[in-house]
Design a binder for this molecule. Structure first.
Ligand SMILES: [Zn+2]
Length: 572
């Protein structure tokens, strides 16, 4: 029997990972050969021989067989409570390339109607107006109830666009929500209307709230079931941590329940969850009064929780998105509108005051704040409000802009100066660039998502999926952050390309920093949690075009395997 080392068994590592390349993502972006793990944490990182010397009789081995280990992906903006009920059979998948036309959607709805109980709601999401044939052929056309009523006269149908900012529904759904031609448009939204003023079933921004509130809510037991059934969709992509945004009180309840249940069963929690809360009636806006009232009751703030489940802060909506012309811009869209803030208020001034008030309330109550802002004007005003609060009362808040499609140079400087970060989705650069070039021209499109320039200004750039608005798969996003290629292959704004190191950081350590957790996760360093993603190619060395289909072999959270494709195995 070989004596492996002089270290007593109780102190030796549980697991040694070797025979591969370790992308540590430490300060120097160094590479290592092996890692030792004990009690869910990394105890050593180094050369093969150094780590081998720590081995005890009970130490198990993960032989990487030449594969590559990197820190687990930290997705810095997604919606976990939505994502778990946004896959079939919970709702219809209307995403491209499955759905390329309204005709395709009709086909899927027809099938669902056949299976549905009388009066049962049929919901779906994922259609993308940029690729829907009928909408591309006629830019004035919007989908509406006329597209659905003949195929679903009795079941309410509600089909949301991939970003969830617009949707269309049938007459039954409008009736269920009590919406008639007399209803005024809500603040920050539009009930689209036909020539006679009657609602046509196309809903923009806050107008979705009425339908959301009218449809039956899932019971807590159903949500728990959906969590267990679908959280694995994240592990499959190497995601070990996520910031989940726009979580309502009920969602906090859900995560707390599954977390407590996991502890009670002595089973493992599959992912580290950082919650950005939403405490207003509906996802858009963030009425001051409601947030103020909720904060008074809660009595906790940013960083309450533990390494598995914690309160990150509060997420608010500033504006909408460019494809639906709801992003707030300085220069008008071709139809003459400029979008606007979706916070309450009758005038721009009133809305700006409200935004400032909400930022102050969160900031003063010890909450980190994330604000959805896509248009240049919305980003400018959001950052100004955050910077004012930070200048008045500085603390390590790490407030941030979510999305940040267009950012002015002046605003980048302000962000750098006040430690205001950005959580963006690099994959959109790939998906939306052809459309952006057509609508905005090459120069403007080239500076959309100016990630390199943000880094140059000292802004922490964090990448994310925004699931379920997109797939949680980080690989196409990382490739897009580096290559900045459109769907048709146009390279747009190469001066804004990230290096592979910067791109990897944006999906790992920077996300950990955004969660105030860079000391305990986000890189492969001794003392940090053993959260890893094992991939099949050395993405630091290959042509970036090979990133999007790099195999993901294994995902490890706190030293435990939560996903494996079966290629590698931990040996006893
Ligand atoms: Zn989002």
């Amino acid at each position: 029997m070989a004596i492996h080392s002089s270290i007593p068994d109780c102190l030796s590592p549980d697991l040694v990972i070797n025979n591969g390349k370790i992308i540590t993502v430490d300060k120097d972006f160094s590479f290592a050969e092996a890692v030792a793990v004990k009690g869910g944490k990394i105890v050593a990182v180094g050369k093969e021989g150094e780590i081998e010397a720590l081995r005890g009789a009970r130490t198990r081995t993960l032989d990487l067989k030449g594969r590559v280990l990197m820190p687990g992906i930290n997705d810095s903006h997604m919606h976990l409570a939505w994502a778990i009920v946004s896959v079939p059979p919970w709702q219809l998948d209307l995403s491209y390339p499955k759905v390329k036309s309204i005709g395709d959607m009709r086909g899927l709805v027809k099938e669902a109607v056949l299976k549905a109980a009388p009066g049962e709601w049929i919901v779906g999401a994922g259609w993308d107006q940029g690729v829907i044939e009928e909408l591309a052929a006629d830019i004035a056309r919007v989908p509406g109830r006329a597209d659905l009523d003949d195929i679903s006269p009795d079941n309410p149908v509600w089909l949301r666009e991939f970003s969830y900012h617009t949707s269309f529904c049938n007459t039954r759904a409008l009736e269920a929500a009590g919406l008639t031609k007399d209803v005024p448009d809500p603040a920050g939204g539009v009930y689209h209307r036909g020539p006679g003023g009657e609602l046509d079933g196309y809903l923009v921004e806050t107008a979705n709230a009425a339908i959301e509130l009218a449809r039956p809510q899932y019971a807590m037991d159903q949500l728990i079931e959906a969590f267990h059934a679908n959280v694995g969709n994240l592990g499959k992509y190497g995601i070990t941590s996520c910031t989940t945004a726009s979580e309502r009180p009920r969602d906090v309840n859900l995560f707390s329940r599954v977390y407590r249940d996991a502890l009670g069963r002595d089973s493992r929690f599959p992912i580290r969850v950082n919650m950005m809360l939403l405490w207003s009636d509906y996802s858009i806006g963030g009425a001051c009064k409601e947030i103020k009232a909720a904060l008074k009751e809660v009595g906790t703030a940013t960083n309450f929780g533990n390494e598995w489940l914690k309160i990150g802060g509060i997420k608010l909506f500033g504006d909408g998105i460019p494809p639906t012309r709801t992003a707030w811009l300085y220069d008008p869209y071709p139809d003459g509108t400029c979008g606007g803030l979706v916070v309450p208020g009758d005038t721009v001034e009133e809305k700006l005051e409200e935004l400032g008030r909400v930022v102050d309330i969160c900031h003063d109550n010890g909450y980190q704040l994330a604000v959805h802002a896509t248009g240049d004007r919305a980003v400018d005003e959001t950052v100004r409000a955050m910077a004012r609060a930070l200048a008045r009362d500085p603390w390590d808040a790490r407030h941030y802009v979510v999305h940040g499609d267009f950012v002015s140079e002046e605003t980048m400087e302000l962000m750098g100066r006040h430690g205001i970060a950005i959580a963006t989705q690099a994959e959109l650069k790939h998906v939306l660039t052809d459309d952006s070039i057509a609508r905005l021209g090459e120069d403007v499109a080239g500076n959309q998502w100016p990630l390199k320039q943000l880094l140059d200004h000292g802004v922490t750039v964090c990448n994310s999926s925004d699931a379920p608005c997109a797939s949680p798969d980080w690989r196409p996003g990382m490739q897009a952050a580096i290559a900045r290629e459109s769907l048709s292959g146009v390279v747009s704004g190469p001066h804004q390309s990230l290096s592979v190191e910067e791109a990897i950081r944006s999906y790992t350590i920077n996300g950990a920093w955004l969660e105030h957790m860079e000391d305990v996760k986000g890189s492969v360093e001794a003392g940090k949690y053993a959260d890893f993603c094992v991939i099949g190619r050395d993405i630091t060395a290959i042509d970036p075009h090979g990133i999007h289909d790099t195999p993901i072999h294994m995902t490890i959270v706190g030293g435990h395997v939560v996903y494996s494709d079966g290629v590698l195995e931990i040996e006893q």
